[in-house]
Design a protein around this ligand. Structure first.
Ligand SMILES: Nc1ncnc2c1ncn2[C@@H]1O[C@H](COP(=O)(O)OP(=O)(O)OP(=O)(O)O)[C@@H](O)[C@H]1O
Length: 272
C-alpha cells in the first residue's frame, strides 16, 4: 500500500492578490505564490519591504480573499477566518482595560468557555509563559517583554494547529527579543502547530525555522525555499555562533540581497 501523503496544514497554489486602487487600476501585491506548510513545521518568510509578506498571511487567515489561485487550510479552501488559528502581530492585541488573567482568558471566553474553566486554563498558560504572580496586573504595569508573553499566552491558549506570526518581536530590544525567540521555540515544540513567522531579521528567520522562504521584490512570489538543517532543540544565541549558521546566513542573504536591491533601486528612481 502506498503511504498517504499528509494533508498540508497550509497550502497556497498560484495565490495572487490584487487590491483595488482609487485610480481604478488594480495593484498586484503578490503573484503566483505556491507554498505548502506541513503540520508541525516552522516556516519563516523574509523579503524586501512591501513585497507582500503580510498580504500572504492575510490570505491564510481569511482576512482577504485571493484574487486568483487557491488557499487551503487543512485541505479546505479558506472562505472565512478558519478555526484553530492563533495570531501574533508586532502591535499586540492586549486590551489595556483588562487584567493579565482576563486578557489571556479572552479567546476562550469569546468561544463561550465557562469563566471558571477559562480562568483555570489562563492561569496555566500565564505560568507557562513565566508570568505567574502577575495575573491581576494591567498591561500598562508590564514591560514590553511581559506584554509579549501575555500576547503569546493569548495566541497559544486555544491550542491552535496553525500559528501566524507577523514580526511579533519587532519592537523589542535585542536581548528581550532573543529571549522571546527561545521561549517561543520551547512553547511551540511538541504542540504540533504549523508556524508561519514573518520577519525582517534574517538571523531570527534562520534561528527559528525548519525552512526559510525568500520572497522576491513586489509583487512578491516565492523566490527560493531554504531548508534549515540545524539541530533541535535550539538555543538561538548559541546556534548563531556556529559555522553552519554562518554558511546558511551567507546563502540566504545573497538571495535576499538581490531583491532588496531591486526594491531600493525602485525607491531611488521614484525620488530621482
Ligand atoms: N488593503 C490594501 N489596499 C491596497 N494596497 C495594499 C493593501 N494592503 C497592502 N497593500 C499593498 O500591498 C503591498 C504589499 O504589502 P504588505 O504589507 O503585504 O508587504 P510586506 O512585505 O508585509 O511589507 P513590510 O515588510 O514593509 O511589512 C504594499 O505595496 C502595500 O502598500
Amino acid at each position: 500500500m502506498t503511504p498517504l501523503t499528509p494533508v498540508p496544514a497550509i497550502s497556497l497554489r498560484g495565490a495572487t492578490k490584487r487590491f483595488a486602487t482609487r485610480s481604478g487600476a488594480p495593484f498586484t501585491a503578490i503573484t503566483d505564490v505556491t507554498l505548502d506548510v506541513a503540520p508541525g513545521e516552522f516556516v519563516t518568510i523574509v523579503g524586501p519591504t512591501g513585497c507582500g509578506k503580510s498580504t500572504t498571511l492575510s490570505l491564510v487567515s481569511g482576512l482577504e480573499p485571493a484574487s486568483a489561485g487557491t488557499v487551503e487550510v487543512h485541505g479546505r479552501p479558506v472562505t472565512a477566518i478558519p478555526d484553530g488559528i492563533g495570531y501574533m502581530f508586532q502591535t499586540d492585541a492586549v486590551l489595556p482595560w483588562k487584567s493579565v488573567l482576563d486578557n489571556v482568558a479572552l479567546g476562550l471566553r469569546y468561544h463561550k468557555v465557562a469563566k471558571q474553566e477559562a480562568h483555570a486554563r489562563a492561569r496555566d498558560w500565564i505560568q507557562r509563559v513565566g508570568l505567574a504572580g502577575f495575573e491581576d496586573r494591567y498591561p500598562h504595569q508590564l514591560s514590553g517583554g511581559m506584554r509579549k508573553r501575555v500576547a503569546m499566552a493569548q495566541s497559544l491558549i486555544g491550542e491552535p494547529s496553525i500559528l501566524l506570526l507577523d514580526e511579533p518581536f519587532g519592537a523589542l530590544d535585542v536581548q528581550t527579543r532573543e529571549h522571546m525567540q527561545d521561549e517561543l521555540l520551547d512553547l511551540w515544540s511538541g504542540t504540533g502547530a504549523a508556524v508561519v513567522f514573518i520577519t525582517h531579521d534574517l538571523t531570527e528567520a534562520i534561528s527559528l525555522a525548519d525552512r526559510v522562504v525568500v520572497m522576491t521584490a513586489g509583487p512578491g512570489t516565492v523566490k527560493e525555499t531554504v531548508p534549515i538543517d540545524l539541530p533541535r532543540p535550539r538555543k538561538v544565541e548559541e546556534i548563531r555562533l556556529t559555522p553552519e549558521f554562518t554558511e546558511i546566513y551567507r546563502n540566504v542573504w545573497n538571495s535576499l540581497r538581490e531583491e532588496v536591491e531591486i526594491t531600493r533601486a525602485r525607491g531611488a528612481s521614484r525620488v530621482a
